[in-house]
Design a protein around this ligand. Structure first.
Ligand code: HEC
Length: 249
């Protein structure tokens, strides 16, 4: 995908290339960053999840989700300048990308007391360790098939919110996943500017709704459950809109 992208950018007219870059850039701005107090609890759960799942030999179908979880922790950590935590999360992702499960376990245990490389600068996380869209999206799958159950929880809670905390956690993960989704347009999305705009549009819709849900759910008992339910329905629709256009089944 990346090569094609570069080829098209290089081959297109300057004007076209510039317009594409402007579109692509909208996804990567700091406006998507969630406040630390909203994200932290979710990340703590995700760290515990990695440690628990890697304490044993992980199921094969769970491995992409485990790697994605490490990449979500790395993104949160980079957002909030916790570079030691970011680097430690990247060690988990790297070990998983090599199917080094003993190394991944050790790195995950280290998330409790991360030892970074000391490099306090931002890096392009989506370029690390062959991370890709299929791995990213796998985290949305049901827990019964090695996912984080996000899609199912969105759909169940959309019918009537019974667990505000769960809704908040799944929305936070969806925001982090959405930030990476911007970086992984499919070949069809990069084929022309109109498609690229659609990709960006669906991703932005998903991000905006998930962000609003995360912020509302953070109010806990004070959260507007009916409003959350409505937004969860819209969120589900925004996922489906992109799938109808870009996911071949
Ligand atoms: C911008 C487009 C886009 C958005 C937005 C999007 N997806 Fe996807 N999704 C895809 C594509 C493309 C695939 C197929 C990826 C592949 O297999 O390479 C996919 C795959 C999936 C899969 C299957 C993963 C697997 O391993 O079988 C699930 C589940 C999923 N998406 C859930 C969601 C949910 C839930 C949302 C919204 C919260 C969402 N997606 C938002 C494009 C999108």
């Amino acid at each position: 995908v990346r090569n094609q992208w570069i080829r098209r950018l290089a081959g297109g007219t300057g004007l076209l290339a510039a317009a594409w870059l402007a579109v692509a850039a909208t996804g990567s701005s700091a406006q998507d960053k969630l406040p630390q107090d909203i994200v932290r609890g979710t990340v703590e759960k995700d760290i515990a999840y990695l440690q628990k799942e890697l304490a044993k030999m992980p199921e094969k179908r769970a491995v992409p989700t485990l790697k994605t979880t490490a990449m979500l922790i790395a993104l949160y950590a980079q957002d909030h300048q916790k570079f030691d935590l970011r680097d430690q999360a990247l060690k988990v992702a790297e070990a998983l990308s090599k199917k080094d499960f003993a190394g991944a376990k050790q790195a995950a245990d280290g998330l409790a007391k991360p030892a970074g490389s000391g490099k306090a600068e931002e890096i392009q996380l989506h370029e690390m360790y062959d991370f890709d869209l299929a791995e990213l999206m796998s985290a949305y799958r049901n827990a019964t098939v090695g996912g984080l159950n996000i899609e199912k929880d969105i759909r169940t809670q959309a019918k009537g919110v019974t667990d505000v905390k769960l809704v908040g956690d799944q929305a936070v993960r969806t925001v982090l996943i959405g930030r990476y989704t911007h970086k992984f347009p499919t070949d069809k999305a990069t084929a022309n500017q109109a498609n690229m705009k659609k990709w960006e549009g669906y991703t932005n819709d998903t991000l905006k709704l998930a962000r609003e849900i995360a912020e509302e759910a953070a109010k806990g008992d004070q959260a507007d459950k009916a409003g959350l339910g409505k937004r969860l329905k819209s969120l589900d629709a925004s996922c489906t809109a992109c799938h109808n256009e870009f996911r071949d089944i």
